[in-house]
Design a protein around this ligand. Structure first.
Ligand SMILES: [Zn+2]
Length: 479
């Protein structure tokens, strides 16, 4: 039985015209496959948008493929399951090991937010959690592992193969081979792409052919500092902070940034005189994720593989303190100087980092290190934008601490990285740009058009008839 208008199709739902809420759908042979099911993040109406009905019927989705374990890509999977999806959720093994850590935390957060809201008679739907631990566990049970570089037929007419994306551990780009009525098309979904030469991880996979590319564009309008410059800059900031005598607060994503920072600190431990610091990894989720990282050396690059020989479970930082309990975390508030505190959330819109910012932001001898993308409306973005005062837990806090943005540590490739990734395709397939604020996506589109590429910034609800896309990749012998 056909479950939709019988045409091979790609449709964009989320992360179209913005960075978060990644969600796209591929239809072929009467079946529907969902690519990612991410949470909308940031301020404003994000919470309300996450509660909206999906623009498709969850029970009628036949399979889900997940690119990686960031909340803006997998955060609404528990809601998808809660609203009726019972099928498999395919991803690579490393990602499948990270997803439970992330979703259990997300469920916990959703329940606590609802409890807080329930005291407010005007809370309405916000008094009910978006999903709970049971929904998260259901997702974990529905996970099915596909090793990197292995081709699998997931549905009649739809085959996929995950490839390295170099963004976080277990991040993948997805090759999709779809077929209907003898017409075949190859799509490549970039997922989130890392920088080339990023610490720990291998470079993004080099593709050669596709009929159509869906590509992220988070930093489509920016160039990061080079890797060596970035590491030098980090060393210089820590040296300055040591002279100033305060603390260093790093809002960092539990999965990705935290592990890379620890890795860099271990790598430069002697050179940067880090023995004078106490380094806190103040996040149970980041601690758990670090363990998963170290269990997947098969995804490491050459340098990390070599260094891992001397690592025991974590980078060998003798002054690293793992604070699992809330009491241990609170105890850090008494430390006035000499602490590097890595804590979530990555955009400082919740989590333990708020306490640390509340205690340190007003002190000029303290430093804040921004190491990842900050969505509009988040506290992290306000700090990047150098506002003189912020509100934390309803309290006004003047910003006297020195705020540094280390773009070079981003998990996302910059414009050069994105173009380098795309340039491996020959001939050059048309591109739909997703996962970027409009200015970034448009800037990358302009660069691609200069190369003679048909580049379009995707918008929610846009449907592409795949049979109507000129076939570039197929010589009859795919894949
Ligand atoms: Zn990501």
């Amino acid at each position: 039985m056909l479950r939709y208008d019988p045409r091979m199709q790609l449709e964009f739902f989320g992360a179209a015209g913005e960075v978060t809420g990644s969600c796209h759908i591929v239809r072929a042979g009467g079946r529907q496959l969902l690519l990612d099911c991410g949470m909308v993040q940031g301020g404003g109406d994000a919470a309300a948008r996450n509660r909206l009905p999906f623009p498709f019927e969850p029970a009628l989705i036949d399979a889900v493929v997940l690119s990686h374990a960031h909340v803006d890509h997998c955060g609404r999977l528990p809601l998808l399951v809660k609203r009726g999806y019972r099928g498999p959720i395919y991803t690579n093994p490393a990602c499948a090991d990270l997803v439970p850590i992330l979703l259990r935390d997300a469920a916990d957060l959703a329940v606590r937010e609802a409890e807080r809201a329930s005291g407010d008679p005007a809370a309405g739907a916000a008094a009910q959690p978006l999903f709970d631990a049971q929904d998260a566990e259901a997702v974990v049970r529905q996970l099915v592992r596909i090793p990197y570089d292995e081709l699998r037929e997931l549905l009649p007419g739809i085959r996929v193969r995950p490839r390295e994306a170099g963004h976080i551990l277990g991040s993948s780009s997805i090759e999709l081979f779809v077929e209907e009525n003898g017409i075949r098309r190859k799509l490549v979904f970039s997922g989130d792409l890392g920088q080339y030469d990023t610490p720990i991880l291998q470079d993004p996979y080099t593709f050669k052919s596709a009929d159509l590319v869906l590509m992220e564009s988070t930093y489509g309008d920016r160039r990061h500092r080079g890797r060596d410059d970035t590491e030098r800059e980090l060393g210089a900031i820590l040296a300055q902070a040591a002279r100033d005598g305060g603390n260093v607060i790093v809002p960092a994503f539990a999965i990705g940034r935290s592990q890379e920072l620890l890795y860099l600190l271990a790598k430069h431990y002697g050179e940067w005189h880090l023995a004078r610091w106490k380094i806190f990894l103040d996040s149970p989720m980041a601690i758990a994720a670090s363990r998963v990282y170290w269990q997947h050396p098969d995804r490491f690059d050459e340098e990390a593989s070599r260094l891992r020989g001397s690592f025991r479970g974590m980078p060998p930082l003798p002054n690293l303190v793992l604070t699992e309990s809330a009491d241990d975390s609170r105890a850090i508030n008494n430390i006035r100087g000499g602490a590097i505190i890595i804590a979530g959330s990555g955009m400082a819109n919740g989590g333990r980092v708020l306490h640390h910012l509340k205690h340190n932001l007003s002190r000029p001898e303290c430093h804040v290190l921004i190491v990842g993308f900050q969505a509009p409306g988040t506290l992290g973005r306000l700090l990047v934008d150098r506002v003189p005062e912020v509100r934390i837990h309803g309290q006004r806090v003047p910003v006297a601490a020195q705020v540094h943005t280390l773009g070079g540590l981003s998990a996302h490739g910059d414009q050069d990285d994105l173009l380098r990734w795309y340039d491996s395709f020959s001939p050059r397939p048309p591109v739909f740009l997703v996962h970027g604020e409009p200015a970034s996506s448009e800037a990358l589109a302009v660069k691609l058009r200069e190369r003679g590429v048909t580049a379009t910034v995707a918008r929610p609800g846009l449907q592409i008839d795949l049979a109507g896309v000129n076939a570039l990749a197929h010589d009859g012998s795919i894949p």
